[in-house]
Design a protein around this ligand. Structure first.
Ligand code: CA
Length: 229
């Protein structure tokens, strides 16, 4: 299983976290867990999750109050997972910025379907398409899979994030700092050598001739640009 997507679960009940792990791990999700709102905010930058599952009844705060704080820090979709099934709670959560609301107890199939939908929407919201085709390269942003001439390439989560960022801004130059902030987080914004290593690895995997790249182009002294699809 090479597609490892990071998911932050904010939930104080251990049985639910265990259940989620059982459901999500076989589908390629690496789960980061937080039992409180404070722990979730702490972990957000380190974990860089693609998706957030949020319980509302947390020990230190109401999950509803956490939604805008999470949204301010990270654009990942938030799915509320709560036993509160009053309409007003759902409406409030969605108004505060949650992307979906699933009531407990939930079915495994429904949860997985809602996760796929939330990811698809978040990709479309930033102006992207769930599938991208660049020459013989095919990128499935929902399943986080990359194929070249139909053959599956195995990218690490960071490599995928880097490729996704470059492709999303295809044709435009991204500075080293912009890329580092988006893919590694603000704390690593000056570690240009990380970026060089990852670009080299990514080129080895996606370019026909890694020494003469035609997809990931170097802008000397500035950053990188993905050739216009
Ligand atoms: Ca709870």
């Amino acid at each position: 299983m090479s597609k490892l997507q990071r998911l932050l679960v904010i939930e104080d009940e251990i049985a639910i976290r265990r259940l989620l792990r059982t459901i999500l791990t076989p589908h390629g999700w690496a789960m980061v867990e937080a039992e409180t709102g404070a722990a979730a905010l702490d972990q957000l930058h380190q974990a860089m999750p693609e998706l957030i599952l949020l319980d509302l009844g947390l020990p230190d705060m109401d999950g509803l109050d956490l939604i805008p704080l999470l949204k301010r820090e990270r654009s990942a979709p938030i799915i509320v997972l709560s036993s509160r099934d009053r309409e007003q709670d759902k409406v409030l959560a969605l108004d505060l910025g949650a992307d979906d609301y699933v009531t407990k107890p939930f079915s495994e199939k429904e949860l997985l379907a809602r996760i796929r939908t939330a990811l698809r929407h978040s990709i479309q919201q930033v102006g992207g398409r769930p599938h991208l085709q660049v020459g013989d390269l095919e990128i499935d942003l929902v399943m986080r899979q990359v194929r070249r001439s139909g053959e599956r390439l195995h990218l690490s989560p960071r490599e995928f994030d880097l490729l996704h960022l470059l492709v999303r801004h295809g044709g435009r130059i991204l500075t080293h700092r912009q890329i580092l902030e988006q893919v590694w987080g603000p704390a690593q914004a000056t570690e240009v050598h990380y970026l060089r290593v990852y670009v080299r690895q990514l080129r080895q995997k996606i370019e026909t001739d890694p020494n003469n790249p035609t997809l990931i182009l170097t802008e000397p002294g500035i950053g990188y640009r993905f050739s216009e699809p």
